[in-house]
Design a protein. Sequence first.
Length: 178
Amino acid sequence: MSKIVEMPEGYSGEGFFATSLSKVVGLARSNSIWPLPFATSCCGIEFMATMAVDYDLARFGMERLSFSPRQSDLLMVMGTIAKKMGPVLKQVYTQMAEPKWVIAVGACASSGGIFDTYSVLQGIDKVIPVDVYVPGCPPRPEQIIDGILKIQELVRNEPLRRRYSAEYQHLLEKYQIA
C-alpha cells in the first residue's frame, strides 16, 4: 500500500505518534498552499493548463486559487512584468500575510526573457524576493508542477521561527519592504 504523504520524523507505537510541532506544521502548510496567480501573458495560459484535468494541481493541495493577497500564501508571478507593474507587484506581495512564498514562472518573470527593453523588468527579484524559479518560455505544465513541488519541500522544511530571524529581516530591508 502506498503512502499519500511521508510521515515526519518521530516516535511511534501502538496507537500513538509523537513528533515536533515544527514538523507537523510544516507538513500541514506544505499540503494546503493557497496560490495567488499573477499572470500577465503566455505563462498564465500554461498555468491554466496545469490547473486543468490532465495535470490537476488539486493533487498537491492547491485546488483553491485565491485572488485576494490577504488569503494566499504563494505568489505565482507568470509572464512579462513591465516596470510600471513593479510597484503593483510589490504592493500585492506586502499585502500577503506571513508566511509567504514566491515562485517566478517563465523566462520573463525570472529574467525579463527576450524583452531586453527599457520598459520590461529584468526579473521580479528586482522588487520582491523569489523562492523558486521555473525556467522556460513558456514552461510546460510539468515544469510548473516541479516548481510547486520545490515550494512544498521548502515549506515543509522551513523552521517556524525563520520569518523572525535577523537574516530574513535583512532580506526584507534589502527590498525596502520591512
